[in-house]
Design a protein around this ligand. Structure first.
Ligand code: C2E
Ligand code: CA
Ligand code: CA
Ligand code: CA
Length: 278
């Protein structure tokens, strides 16, 4: 019993050490990644019920020198914990605006670009300036920029959140609540925040066909959006049945593998050209 306990303890300890080590390793290499341009963005189309492109969501990727291309799931939370999210997030906003400008300059009009903003990044004192600078530098119409934030930002200090969102709205940018329904926002907050869009989390879309409760949650989110006059988009749409049901419930904007996986900038350029033809 004693030996087993000891082993259990050692195993636990080693695992913790490994995790801590991996964390430090990622943190250090992320520092280098930011300095040497190892990050890049991919773009996932957002479409209407005919499959016409309404916009794109920019999603970050990291070409790690040893590990290959890493998903944001592997490094965003580490970046948040060690503070690098501010620099990373600033890079993302700048890169997305630069790409958006390139597309408009080349006549490949993209209607909107959505960018993810982490709660810590949103709370940063310089956040509004960073957004303002990127819009100015790349001369983009602020109405074309959608910031996707999660309900996580609302937990602390509702009045600060309202103030900051109001300033962002005065710049002209649009605000979307990402992963809607998975966090804590109360209906009162939803009413008070100057929002433009709700994004139905993919966890509800996934089982919308076989799980009546998920279908009901989606119905409710769509009706909240309609009542608050917010635009609503479903993410994680993977098949036609889901599209049909979402349309039936009144959701007309979609994002997901059924329409397209995220594309590199080059592939997205080609996609925009094809969209313009039909
Ligand atoms: P998210 O904002 O909810 O983004 C949607 C995620 O779902 C993306 O994963 C996307 O590739 C994936 N996805 C899209 N369509 C489908 C589908 O039909 N089925 C399934 N199963 N998945 C689908 P990705 O790119 O790995 O990003 C994961 C998360 O990392 C994002 O979730 C977002 O929270 C975060 N993230 C990504 N880029 C950034 C960024 O630039 N800044 C910040 N702060 N977070 C980011
Ligand atoms: Ca998002
Ligand atoms: Ca989401
Ligand atoms: Ca998500």
């Amino acid at each position: 019993v004693k030996a087993k306990g000891k082993n259990g303890y050692c195993f636990f300890n080693t695992e913790m050490q490994e995790r801590a080590f991996r964390r430090v390793e990622i943190e250090q290499s992320l520092r280098v990644a930011l300095d040497t341009n190892q990050l890049f963005l991919v773009y996932q189309p957002q479409v209407d019920n005919q499959g016409n492109c309404l916009g794109a969501e920019a999603l970050v990727r990291w070409t790690h020198p040893d590990k290959g291309v890493l998903s944001p799931i592997e490094f965003i939370s580490i970046a948040e914990e060690c503070g690098l999210i501010i620099e990373l997030g600033t890079w993302v906003i700048d890169a997305a605006c630069a790409q958006f400008k390139t597309w408009s300059d080349n006549g490949n009009h993209l209607k909107k670009i959505s960018v993810n903003v982490s709660p810590k990044q949103f709370r940063d004192i310089n956040f509004v300036n960073i957004v303002r600078d990127a819009i100015k530098k790349h001369q983009i119409n602020p109405k074309r920029l959608i910031l996707e934030i999660t309900e996580g930002i609302v937990i602390k200090d509702i009045s600060d959140t309202i103030d900051k969102m109001t300033v962002l709205k005065s710049l002209g940018v649009r605000l979307s609540i990402d992963d809607f329904g998975t966090g804590y926002s109360s209906l009162r907050y939803l009413k008070e925040l100057p929002l433009d869009q709700l994004k139905i989390d993919q966890s509800f879309v996934r089982d919308i066909i076989n799980q009546p409760k998920d279908a009901m949650i989606v119905t409710t989110i769509i009706s909240i959006a309609n009542n608050l006059e917010l635009n609503v988009i479903a993410e994680g749409v993977e098949n036609k049945e889901q599209v049909t049901m979402l349309i039936d419930k009144g959701c007309m904007q979609f994002q997901g593998y059924y329409f397209s996986k995220p594309k590199t900038a080059a592939d997205f350029t080609q996609y925009l050209e094809e969209q313009a033809i039909d």
